[in-house]
Design a protein around this ligand. Structure first.
Ligand SMILES: C[S@@+](CC[C@H](N)C(=O)[O-])C[C@H]1O[C@@H](n2cnc3c(N)ncnc32)[C@H](O)[C@@H]1O
Length: 292
């Protein structure tokens, strides 16, 4: 089990052990094409990992965790928290901030968070982005079309569990040999000169669930991805595809038809993080599809 301090939407922390149990022993490198916070690659025993995501901000954060010591990252975050006057209940205690209804700490942090957000949108300092991801609503890392971070304030601050996750994540990341890129998944660069002992791991946006990065994912992208994976299979490459075939009464029929030619492992769980506002949460049918 590996938890990331980013709590990235759709991250694979809760099911990573089950996914890793599918990974063959002889894998020389993992190519994670939709890496997000890359929990799968980092939790694996494979040393060389190729991480790609179209979102440069998430890979900036990964680089930041790779290149810096966890204690320095935590200290930098605490300095920013102090500088902007955000709450820090780890040091100050919770009693100092009586909570009103379901607001959590949001009313205490709103003004400071908005100042930090405005400054980050000018200087794009990755240490500030980490603090924004901690204090932002539902830990979203979301940008608008002008490339501005546009998440409102959330309810919690830099609690002990997030500090512990930062240390655990950094200690794993720092030992990896990592190659980062920011291509669209259809780019040839991701598939050139890759050895046959590699494994591709795909965890794309899901057609039938909700997350900020799902907005630009349509049936066209889904169909392109499935045909690209067919091509890799024909060329003798191994792959694992994570997805959800049923959620809240919706079915991904395209995927259901396509996956019949491969091996399908069903993993049932709830995406509480992505379905945060839904009152009637229902189980999603989450699958891992492989060709080995
Ligand atoms: C389900 S998330 C991956 C989560 C990841 N497995 C983790 O553990 O955090 C899907 C990712 O795909 C990325 N993405 C969306 N469209 C993309 C595209 N066309 N090419 C490459 N990456 C894309 C999003 O930015 C997002 O980070």
């Amino acid at each position: 089990m590996l938890y990331s301090p980013l709590n990235y939407q759709g991250n694979k922390s809760r099911i990573v052990d089950r996914l890793l149990s599918l990974l063959p022993q002889d894998v020389s490198s993992v190519h994670e094409v939709f890496c997000g916070s890359a929990v799968f690659s980092f939790a694996s025993a494979v040393n060389r990992v190729y991480l790609n995501d179209i979102n440069i901000h998430i890979t900036d954060l990964i680089r930041y965790f790779h290149e810096n010591d966890a204690n320095d990252i935590i200290e930098q975050a605490d300095n920013i928290i102090r500088q902007y006057g955000l709450t820090n209940t780890f040091y100050e205690g919770k009693n100092r901030y009586p909570e009103h209804g379901h607001e959590g700490l949001s009313r205490y942090n709103k003004a400071a968070f908005n100042r930090l957000k405005a400054d980050y949108n000018i200087d794009k300092d990755v240490a500030k982005l980490f603090v924004l991801s901690i204090y932002g609503f539902n830990h979203y890392i979301r940008f608008n079309s002008k490339d501005e971070f546009n998440v409102p304030v959330g309810k919690i601050d830099f609690v002990k569990t997030l500090r512990d996750k930062t240390r655990a994540y950094c200690s794993v990341i720092r030992n990896k040999e990592m190659i980062i890129s920011n291509y669209d998944f259809r780019s040839e660069e991701l598939y050139c000169g890759v050895e046959k002992t590699a494994v591709y791991y795909f965890d794309p946006p899901y057609l039938i669930t909700q997350a900020p990065y799902n907005l630009f994912w349509t049936e066209k992208e889904e169909a392109d991805l499935l045909s690209l994976i067919d091509g890799l299979n024909a060329d003798g490459y191994r792959f694992i595809l994570s997805n959800v075939i049923e959620s809240n009464g919706k079915q991904n029929e395209l995927l259901c038809g396509w996956m019949k030619k491969y091996n399908v492992k069903h993993i049932y769980r709830q995406y509480l993080n992505s379905n945060y506002q839904k009152k009637n949460k229902s189980n999603a049918d989450e699958v891992a599809i492989t060709n080995f």
